[in-house]
Design a protein around this ligand. Structure first.
Ligand code: MLC
Ligand code: AMP
Length: 457
């Protein structure tokens, strides 16, 4: 392969060239070809990258399972997705799916000549939380990934000359699609740091860095490490709002004005400030190529693009998903009659086209450390404990995490640690409440609906 490097892909200390990755993936491809979908535990390892590339090259949809998922959440994902094979050998006692342990002995001749599927084929089924119920499978086609990554390469002047550095989980859009498939599509080197600590970011010596705001806030709070990012070309933040003070600290310490971009699992990344344009604190810039946006009020009427009036953001374009798996009704509800996706985010658009994310329409969607958590999911998990009679879960502002999960519980002497562990027994580790507060009663309105805003206040 022209221009290959022995360390083209480095994940938590393990390195390989693109050719080695391709060979390893094609060996897996032989074992999984024809499966309706493959599941992989999204650990931050080269094995995960290999499994994902195998699925893409073979045309088998990939289901990345959160590496820290509790048994109940994992079982739901495995069952709902229809995955018929697991690549790797994770400790999933409840699953009897056949396994393809890695590495597989390479046999390139068996795969040569097979073409990759076209853009309409499903690349990934990624699970995302809603306000209630279990996470939904988001069907992401190959064409959305290609369009989204090409749009970002254009916005960020991302080239094969870059070395991308990040330490984000390999089971969400940010770490996996942007952070792995982006580097592979552009042909830039990838250095995944394992845990995204300020020290590892400082030592990596890359040109392009990705992080969620929690990562950037931790970097900014360690000035010696932050200063070493001065040699980078571009720092990119996304998945939650980057606090303006963190934006300013990065500018002061690293001499870097971060680029902020916005997206969703369903739409991939749709808005960004540009490497060659203005980077304004608190703003996520303009649509990437192939994406259009508009604002609507609750009645579906247009909202002025005056930089002040807040409306519900709707998007359309080439980066959108193909629907929620097995949920045509939910998919239809998420779209307008004229084909726009309703994001649920409250936004202003300025006369200059700059977007500002003001908040979310629903109090029941929490973003903690960049992870999306549905309040209903955590409430259901807590209600299954015998000492809990009633519960309300909210996100409260947190300097480090953006929001932290707090549960208000009415019940028979519930023990805080027991309840937190009870959630972790079912859901992902990061869906655990940080705090459980015992209350005599939940505030309710005349209709009996819990007044979560009052709890937050
Ligand atoms: C956490 N811990 C708890 C706890 N919650 N312990 C007890 N009770 C609780 N309720 C533990 C953790 O397991 C960890 O333990 C320790 O406390 C510190 O946890 P933390 O504060 O969460 O920090 P950390 O583990 O370092 O994680 C921070 C982070 C992580 C930023 C690295 O949140 C992260 O990777 N976020 C990225 C999420 C992401 O990729 N989102 C993208 C979604 S896609 P221990 O033992 O492990 O130290 C998307 C679209 C888009 O949004 O636009 O990109
Ligand atoms: P997810 O479903 O995990 O993909 O999360 C998508 C949500 O993350 C969006 O609907 C936004 O609420 C939030 N989000 C992503 N990027 C940003 C950003 N730059 N600023 C504010 N919120 C963001």
């Amino acid at each position: 392969m022209h221009g290959d490097h022995p360390d083209a892909v480095v994940v938590d200390g393990e390195a390989c060239s693109w050719e080695q990755l391709t060979r390893a993936a094609d060996a897996v491809g032989v074992a999984v070809a024809g499966a309706p979908a493959l599941a992989v535990s999204g650990t931050s390892t080269l094995a995960t990258v290999t499994a994902v590339v195998a699925g893409l090259r073979t045309g088998v949809p990939v289901v990345p399972v959160p590496a820290d998922a509790g048994p109940m959440e994992r079982e739901h994902i495995l069952r709902d997705s229809g995955a018929a094979v697991v690549v790797g050998d994770p400790a999933w006692p409840e699953s009897d799916l056949p396994r393809v342990p890695l590495p597989v002995a390479s046999d390139l001749t068996a795969t040569s000549g097979r073409g990759e599927p076209d853009g309409t084929a499903t690349a990934l089924i990624m699970y995302t939380s809603g306000t209630t119920g279990l996470p939904k499978g988001v069907i992401i086609p190959r064409r959305a990934i290609a369009a989204g990554l090409d749009g970002l390469a254009d916005a960020w002047s991302w080239t094969p000359g870059d070395t991308l550095v990040h330490g984000l989980p390999l089971f969400h859009v940010h770490g996996l699609i942007l952070g792995v498939l982006g580097a592979l599509r552009v042909g830039s080197k990838l250095h995944h740091t394992g845990r995204p600590t300020p020290e590892r970011y400082a030592r990596a010596g890359g040109s392009l860095y990705f992080g969620v705001p929690t990562v950037w806030s931790r970097v900014a709070s360690e000035p010696d490490h932050a200063k070493r990012l001065a040699s980078a070309r571009l720092l990119v933040s996304g998945s939650a709002a980057l606090p303006v003070p963190v934006f300013e600290q990065l500018r002061a310490l690293a001499g870097q004005v971060p680029v902020e971009r916005y997206g969703m699992t369903e739409t991939l990344i749709t808005l960004s400030t540009r490497a060659d344009g203005e980077r304004r604190p608190g703003h996520v810039g303009v649509p990437i190529a192939g994406v259009e946006t508009r604002l609507r009020d609750e009645l579906g009427e247009p909202v002025a693009h005056d930089g002040v009036t807040i409306g519900g953001l709707q998007v359309r374009g080439s980066t959108l998903f193909d629907g929620y798996l097995h949920l045509p009704g939910t998919t239809a509800e998420a779209m307008t009659d004229d084909g726009w996706f309703v994001t649920g985010d409250a936004v202003t658009i300025g006369p200059d086209g700059f977007h500002r994310i003001v908040g979310r329409a629903s109090i029941d969607i929490i973003k903690s450390g960049g992870y999306k958590v549905g309040a209903g999911e955590v409430e259901t998990a807590l209600l299954s404990h015998p000492s809990v009679d009633e519960v309300a879960v909210i996100g409260v502002p947190d300097d480090d995490l953006g929001e932290r999960i707090v549960a208000f519980v009415v019940g028979d002497d519930p023990d805080e640690l027991t309840l937190i562990d009870h959630v972790a027994d079912q859901l992902s580790v990061h869906k655990r409440p940080r705090e459980v507060r015992r209350v005599a009663a939940l505030p309710r309105n005349a209709m009996g609906k819990v007044q979560k805003q009052q709890l937050r206040d």
